[in-house]
Write a protein of this length. Structure first.
Length: 143
């Protein structure tokens, strides 16, 4: 793996590069998980615009954390900044392939998932609310 080339792909607009961008980001996260990507700025600079209908009152700081991380299979997702009770939780492997997709009704700021039948490895976890606000983090499964 050539890190500079992989990093260059990870920094592309995901609306144009698609799954290749997310795959590259998964590989980059293995070496440096502190890199943040400004997708809106990157895409806008390339002339790719994505319209949103969020008022300033809806835009909040979102947060997602997996506890414990690394996990042996059961994990608690702690989150904030979402509205509504219906949440969509997705787990993707390092290739960006969707492995688990669950719709959950939650009245608190946490979800407990037990025995997800995932192999050892790095996974991307995304939580999305009814209005489309989402946040992602990485989870390591180590049994």
């Amino acid at each position: 793996m050539n890190f500079p080339q992989t990093l260059a792909i990870a920094q592309l607009c995901p609306y144009q590069g698609g799954s290749a961008v997310f795959t590259a980001r998964s590989f980059v996260a293995l070496l440096n998980d502190s890199i943040e990507y400004n997708d809106a700025g990157i895409c806008n600079a390339q002339g790719i615009f994505r319209l949103t209908h969020l008022s300033s009152s809806v835009v909040k700081k979102t947060f997602l954390s997996c506890i414990p991380n690394p996990s042996s299979g059961a994990v608690q997702l702690l989150y904030s900044g979402f509205s509504g009770n219906k949440m969509l939780v997705e787990f993707r492997n390092y290739l960006g392939q969707l492995l688990i997709k669950k719709e959950i009704i939650s009245r608190s700021n946490s979800i407990y998932l037990d025995d997800m039948h995932l192999f050892n490895g790095l996974y991307n976890v995304t939580v999305r609310d009814e209005k489309g606000i989402s946040v992602s983090t990485n989870l390591i499964i180590s049994r």
